[in-house]
Design a protein around this ligand. Structure first.
Ligand SMILES: Nc1ncnc2c1ncn2[C@@H]1O[C@H](COP(=O)(O)OP(=O)(O)OP(=O)(O)O)[C@@H](O)[C@H]1O
Length: 265
């Protein structure tokens, strides 16, 4: 396709400098309280980044700013080099290729696993009326590939209501993948999961990195340690430290304000 014919969604973020997300000097105030305070954060294309921080550190607000739910008072937020996210609304940002997975799974319980994925494909195309028809061969392949990725191929015809909590979380990640996002924001993916489900989720998120950039907010330090290459620590709305889990854990400031306080690192 000729570049001149492409929509912004088709163009994708310009990551020639290796970065998919730039947040610079971002501040958000609620009634004078700074939930984000002159925050700078850069996410590389294809990386898996973990975001940690005590309750109220600003993690959710940060995700809300990226997805257009909350507008910052100051600062810039760019997706690739060319998209100023502050000029786009939530739906546009989603269509640009930023997917968000909230903590609670919101799958369609009455539909089968496969139909949940069909629905996501169709919703992405905005075609509600032809929901059950006209899937192209390419879309069917997409569904099969996603089922394989999320480990639910053998459950494809079961209603989502009978899935375990962990399986519902994986299905919802699959529903996000149907929109072919470049950047995935995942909020507390292993909350409420069994140990084996958490291990499987670690494998899944790790496998998504590379083709996707993945930002995971998580309180479970064991899980963070199992997946993270780079960990960003938020404190009072700013980045307190960033580095490998080992570097973070031996950082005296981090110990003082977060890990020591949590007592589980
Ligand atoms: N809509 C709002 N109105 C007022 N204050 C808010 C609002 N949203 C967030 N805050 C405040 O901003 C601060 C940061 O909240 P945020 O939810 O981003 O933290 P968090 O790191 O996600 O915390 P948690 O780990 O508990 O989810 C908190 O003190 C919170 O009370």
């Amino acid at each position: 396709m000729r570049p001149a014919m492409m929509t912004p969604e088709q163009t994708g973020p310009d990551t020639r400098h290796g970065m998919i997300l730039y947040m610079e000097n971002v501040s958000v105030s609620f009634d004078g309280f700074k939930a984000l305070n002159d925050l700078n954060l850069y996410i590389k294309e294809g990386e898996l980044r973990c975001l940690i921080g005590a309750n109220g550190a600003g993690k959710t607000t940060l995700m809300d700013v990226i997805t257009g739910k909350t507008r910052p008072d100051t600062g810039t937020v760019s997706y690739g080099q060319q998209f100023n996210l502050l000029q786009h609304n939530e739906e546009q940002i989603s269509r640009l290729g930023i997917g968000r997975k909230f903590q609670k799974p919101t799958v369609f319980e009455a539909l089968s696993v496969k139909d949940n994925l069909y629905l996501s494909l169709k919703m992405d195309k905005g075609i509600w009326t032809s929901l059950w028809h006209n899937l192209s061969g390419e879309q069917k392949d997409d569904i099969d590939r996603i089922l394989h990725t999320i480990g639910l191929t053998e459950h494809r015809d079961r209603p989502a209501s009978v899935l375990s909590h962990g399986q519902k979380q994986w299905l919802e990640i699959g529903m996000l993948l149907a929109a072919k996002p470049k950047l995935l924001l995942v909020d507390e993916p292993v909350a409420g999961m069994t140990v084996s489900e958490a291990e499987r989720t670690a494998e899944l998120l790790t496998s998504l990195a590379g083709e996707h950039s993945v930002v995971v907010v998580e309180h479970d330090m064991g899980f963070v340690r199992s997946i993270a290459r780079t960990v960003t620590v938020l404190h009072q709305g700013s980045v307190l430290a960033e580095g490998t889990m080992d570097a973070i854990q031996s950082d005296p400031e981090v110990k003082k304000v977060y890990l020591g306080e949590e007592g589980n690192a």
